[in-house]
Design a protein around this ligand. Structure first.
Ligand code: XUL
Ligand code: CO
Length: 439
């Protein structure tokens, strides 16, 4: 802990139950409470993101940053970065969050050379290691920032300039090393500028091949250093580029299959990226789960009236219920978790807003978890769906599913039968009302 606390007004947050009016308490997140055989802490695996929570100045395209962060002197000194790391752990410890996640460049300032940047990073990793040991807080995943610096103007591994590919490789190599050193449970690849803004100047096939080559090198290097954390790809359709190659879960899965990388990666699904892609988050989760590839979740939400990645703290109980239904349905997280890739609004600029935002996000997910478990225990939703597909459990349906049937046998079957059995109603409104009974 820093000598002077960074968050003097923040106590350790504890569970006080649904009736508490204390804004600095959990109403639903009771870490030790067991649901479906696991504690809430282990189901939810909350993680604080370093970039938004400790580095985002809260600017927007029309105005400068507003964030008041008294522990941060605003300089890009290594000393400031080390002090910031202590403040981050004080915050996470008081909140009772078990994990965090970072980009290399959030942690430490970029130096004049790669060598200097690496040295800066090592100086901060030293503090992170101490703080992890002191608090027991662990690293959910690390990643490299391959999109802020002007050298990445045309992308990183998909840049038209081979030197940029080389720089990105060197940077990811170091980011993987520090993630490994800190015992990280995963490593994420988000294609910050891996895409294009105009096809007129773009060799799409060549860029995709380069991205495939880059990820293959990462897989090879992971083996070299014995890093066993899970690799994730994080889909996002656009922003900053007009088209990002890892645009949605289906595009990522197709890419990974095409480049024979599917055994080495899972997906990190982010709510607001799903909605930017024109999908619901539950669609993206189900697509990933169907391929056995849901790894982790960047938990946030968007704003229906704004068409960009607003990265808001998740406070929509209906949505967290939908997410937790899928997470419980797949048997829970293994390496992944609920990583709050979310930032407070520009208007919420005081340090305590960071606490209120995380408490809100954690309680909203805890409530979603409880509701999802109740819906599952009730069983009506599941049995409706099972019933809806009952024609596949025996007879002609079972023959089709097992591969026994062919076009000839199906024609014979239908010629004899004449017409299909009547369809039954989809009962959407009836089902929506069942969900509402629990929310
Ligand atoms: C950007 C985004 C990233 C990744 C990590 O929209 O979600 O912060 O989560 O690079
Ligand atoms: Co994200």
């Amino acid at each position: 802990m820093p000598e002077q606390p960074a968050f003097p007004e923040l106590p350790e947050i504890s569970y006080e139950g649904p009736d508490s009016k204390n804004p600095l308490a959990f109403r639903h997140y009771s870490p030790g409470e067991v649901i479906e055989g696991r504690t809430m802490r282990d189901h939810l695996r909350f993680s604080v993101v370093y970039w938004h929570t400790f580095r985002n100045p809260l600017g927007d395209p029309f105005g400068v940053g507003t964030a008041a962060r008294p522990w941060d002197d605003g300089s890009s000194s290594v000393e400031n970065a080390r002090r910031r790391a202590r403040a981050a752990f004080e915050f996470m410890e008081k909140l009772g969050v078990p994990f965090y996640a970072f980009h290399d460049r959030d942690l430490a300032p970029e130096g004049a050379t790669l060598r200097e940047s690496n040295r800066n990073l090592d100086a901060v990793v030293e503090v992170l290691k101490e703080e992890q040991q002191r608090t027991g807080i662990r690293l959910l995943w690390g990643t490299a920032c391959l999109f802020v610096h002007p050298r990445f103007v045309h992308g990183a591994s998909t840049s038209c300039n081979a030197d940029v590919f080389a720089y990105a490789a060197a940077q990811v190599k170091k980011a993987m090393e520090i993630t490994h050193e800190l015992g990280g449970e995963g490593y994420t690849f988000w294609g910050g500028r891996e895409g294009y803004t105009s096809l007129l100047n773009t060799d799409l096939k060549r860029e995709l091949d380069h991205l495939g080559r880059f990820l293959r090198m990462a897989v090879d290097y992971r083996r070299r250093i014995g890093f066993e954390g899970q690799f994730y790809i994080e889909p996002k359709p656009k922003e900053p580029t007009k088209h990002q190659y890892d645009s949605d879960a289906a595009a990522c899965l197709n890419f990974l299959r095409e480049y024979d990388l599917l055994d080495h990666f899972k997906l990190n699904i982010e709510t607001n990226h799903a909605t930017l892609a024109g999908h619901t988050v539950e669609h993206e989760l189900e697509t990933a789960i169907a391929a056995g590839a849901l790894g982790s979740i960047d938990a946030n939400m968007g704003d229906l009236l704004l068409g960009w990645d607003t990265d808001q703290f998740p406070t929509d109980i209906y949505q967290t219920t939908q997410v937790m239904l899928r997470v419980l349905g797949m048997g829970g997280f293994t390496s992944g978790g609920l990583n709050f890739d979310a930032k407070v609004r520009r208007e919420s600029f005081e340090p305590m807003d960071l606490a209120y935002a995380h408490i809100a996000g954690m309680d909203t997910f805890a409530r979603g978890l409880k509701i999802a478990a109740a819906i599952r225990a009730d069983g009506r939703l599941k049995s409706f769906v099972r019933e809806r597909y009952a024609s596949w459990d025996s007879g002609i349906g079972a023959q089709i599913e097992s591969g026994e049937a062919d076009f000839g046998s199906l024609e014979r079957y239908m010629l004899e039968k004449g017409e299909v059995d009547p369809n039954s109603s989809g009962r959407q409104e009836f089902l929506e009302n069942i969900i509402n009974q629990f929310v």
